[in-house]
Design a protein around this ligand. Sequence first.
Ligand code: SF4
Length: 871
Amino acid sequence: MELDFSYENMFSYEKRIGQSFKTRTGKASAIMGDMPSSQVRIAHMKKKEGEAMSAVAASTANLTRRNFLKASIAVAGGTWLGTAIGCSSGDSLSGEGSSSQAEEQVFNGVCKPNCFHGCQLKVHVREGKVVKTSAAPYPNPEFNRICLRGLSHVTNIYDPDRVQYPLKRVGERGANEWERISWEDAIAEIAEKFTSYREEFGDQAVMKCAVSGNYGSINGGFTSKFFSSINASTMAPSLDLSNAIGLNRVVGWAGTWMGNDPRDLKNAKNIFIWGNNITDAQIHEWHFVADAIEAGSNVIVVDPIFTHMAAKAQKFVPIRPGADAALILSMMQVVIEEDLIDREFMQKYTVAPFLVRDDTGMFLRMSDVGVQPAEGPVNLLTGEPTKIDPAVVWDGVAGASASSAECAAPEIEGEFTVEGVACHTAYSLLKAEASQYPPDVAEGITEVPAATIVELAHLAADGPVTHRVGWGPQAYDNGVHPHHAGAALAAITGQMCEPGKIYGCADINGFTGFDATLSAPATPVTSPTISNLIMPEVMETGTYMGEDIVIKALWVYQGNPLCTFVDSNAKKKMFDKFEFIVTVDSMLTDTARYSDMVLPCAQFFEYEDIVGSGNNNHVVHCDKAIDPPFEAKPDTEIMRMLAEKMGMADLFPESDSEWLQKYVDTEAAAALGISYDALKEKKAIRWAPDPLVRWTDKKFLTPSGRMEFYVEAPTPMDYYGQQIDVNREHLPRFFPPTEAWPENPLHEKYPFVLLSERPRFRVHGQWFNNRILRELDPEPTVKINPADAAAKGIKTGDHVECYNDRGHAVAMAVLNEAVRPGTLVYPKSWQVHQHLAGGWSELSSSSHDPVAVNQSYMDELCDIRAWEGAE
Ligand code: SF4
C-alpha cells in the first residue's frame, strides 16, 4: 500500500489506523479524553504561532526593532508565510509549489528520529524539491511502515521557520535576536575562540554535547572525530538508560536496548508490556502486537496510565508510578512459593547455584579454595592474559564444593561453609529478597490487588512469555531495579533463549561490523565525559572529581538539551556559565535560541548516509535526494570547514561517499553480503538472523556467561566520585522513588506525580514545529483525571499552570478518565516558546540514582491551578 502525502489523506490514514485497531482487537479505539474542539485548539495555536514566527522572522532577517514590529503586524494580518525567514525573496519553499507535471524522481531515504524503527522511505522529488514521502519496501514487507511523522517530513524540510543562514546572537542570550553572518565569519570566529580557550585553559575547555536526533553514520562519525581530535570534553546525555542497565546487568552488555525481533511476539503465549505505550510511541510496532493477539497471545499491560496500548490489551494492570520493582519481586515471591521455577534452567544458565560469600558479598572462587586460576585469552585492551577462576558451587550428590565449570547439577538453594567461609547460593539470596514482598504487602506498595499479583505470577510462569519493556518504569531514581528484577524473574522461570521467550526492549541495536576506527582520533581523548546531570554543579563550582576544571565553549549537535534534558532552569543557569555556545540545527529549538551562534544543518534527505540501526535489523542506504536549501550544510561539511580553519585540513581526507564506502566495506559486513555498492543497488540488506531471537545459544555476555541476577561488582554508569551502596545493588530491590512518592513530605505541598508521556506527534523534540501535525496537536496539553479536575475547578480547555519549586508550565487542561487520580500526564518536548509560560522540562529534577546516572523525568511532584496570566 502506498500512502500519499496530502492533508486529506493523512486524516483518512489516521481513520484507517483506527479501523484497523477496532477490527483486529474488537475493541474501541483511542482513549482520547474530552478534547476541546480542534477549531478552538487550532485558533489558539495560530495565535501562538504568530507570536513565535514574529520573533524568528525579525531576528533572522536582522531587522531593526521597528521592522520587527512591522513583521509582527504582518503576522497578525495573516501573512505569516510571507514574512517567514528565507521567504523574503518570494521563493516559497513549499514542495507543493513544484509543478505536478514535472517529472518525478524517487530516492531512497530513512526516517531518522529515534522512535526505533527507521522506516525506509521513498522520497519523491520534482524540480529539485521534495513533494512527498511514502513507505518504501523492505525485503520483508512486514517491516514496511510509515506514520504521520514520516508522512509529514516535507513540511519539516520547507518549514518557514527553518534556519537558513548562520546566525549570531545580537541580544541577550535567549532573547531570540540574531544577525545573519556568513559561513566564513562564523567558522573563523568559532575557530578563533576554540583555539584561544584551548591554549589558555586546556583542551577540556571545549565541550561537545549530542543526543540522537538526526542519527546515522556520517554526521556523528565526522563530528566525533573532530572533537576527539582536539581532545574536547563531552557532556553525556545520561537519558533513557536505566531499563538497559537493569537488563544488561543480568544478560551482559551486547548493546544498549536488547530484545527479540518484533515478529517473535506472536510466539509468546503471554506478553507483558511494562510501561510502553507502543501504539503511540513506537507506532510501527503496534501491528506486530496485533498480529500476536490474532495468533492467540494474551497481552497484559502494566502502566499507571490507561494508554492506547492498554486499551488494546486483554488485561490492564494499573500500578502506582514508580512501584514496578515491588510488583515484580512479589510475582517472584509467588513463583518461588508455588514452585513455578525452572530449576534446570537456573542450574545451567544462571548464577543461581553460585556461592556468595557472607563476608564480602563476592562469589566464592576456586582460587579461594586453593585452585590457581588458569590463563585465558589475552585481553586486547590490557595485553595481559585473562584469568579463569570459576565460581564455587555445592555438589549435592558428592556433598562437597565443586567448580561451577564442572558440576552438572549443583544445588541452587542453601547455605554452605566451604574452607571456613560461610556462603549462601545466589538464588537463596534472591529468594530472601523476594520473600519480603508477599502479595498482600506488595498490594500496599503498588496498589495492585494481591489476587491480581498472584494471577500475574501464574501468567509469568506460563510460557512462552515475552516481557516487553518500555521507558516508563525506568524514569525514576529507582529505575534500574524493575528491570534487574524483571530479568531475574525471566531467569528463574526459564523464559529466555527460545522463540517467544525474552525479557527485553525493542531491539534497536544496529549492525556493529562497520569500521568504527574511521571516527577515532590519532591519540586517545583525555578530557572528561561529564553527565549533564552534574554539569550545573561542575560549572557552578569549577571543579570535577575534586580537581579544578575550566570549560568555556559548548558545541551542541543532534540534540536539544534545553528541552529534552531534565531541570531546564538549572540547565539554563549552567548554560549561562559557558562563554560561547554553538548549536548546529535546522530549527530554532530551545537550545538554539539559548546559543550564541546557530549553524543551519542539512536534513535527512539532503545528504548521503548509511543507517545501520532500527528494530527492523536492516542496513539501509539513504540517497541524497535534494541539495540543502539556502545555506544549510551537512554536518560533514561544517566539520571539514572548521578542521581546515583550525589547521587540521587533512583530518577528513575522504569525500563523504569515500568515507561511507570505507565505513561499510569491512570483512564483517562482507560476510553478510553487505557492501557499499550492494547497498546502493539494493537499498536495504538485513544484517541479523531472521528472525532475531536473542540468547538461543544460551551464552550470555556476562563474566560468567550465565544470567547474573546476582551482580557481584556493580559499577556506576558514569563515575564522578559518587558513593555507591554496593550491597543494595547486588540484587533487585524495591525502594521508593526519591520525590514522586506519597510518603515524601513534599507530597503534601505538591500532590500530583507528573508523568511525561511520549507523544504520537513528536519524537522527543523533533517535529515540534511541524505545521501539519500541529493541526492535530496544536499546543501543550496536560491530562488530568476528572475527579481531580473537579476538586480544582478545572475544565477541559482551561489554561492551567503546573508548578513546583523548580519551575512551572502552562498548558491546556484535558479531562481524561484514562489518567490515574493523583497524576498529571504531560506530553513531552513542547518548546518553551510554544507555552504560554514556563516549559514542561522546568518541572523535572536533576536528582538521579548514583549508579544509573540517568534522567528521572517522572520522579517529580507538582501541583496544578488555573492560569491567571495572559492568554
Ligand atoms: S517516526 Fe518512526 S514510525 Fe514514524 S515514519 Fe519515522 S521511523 Fe517510522
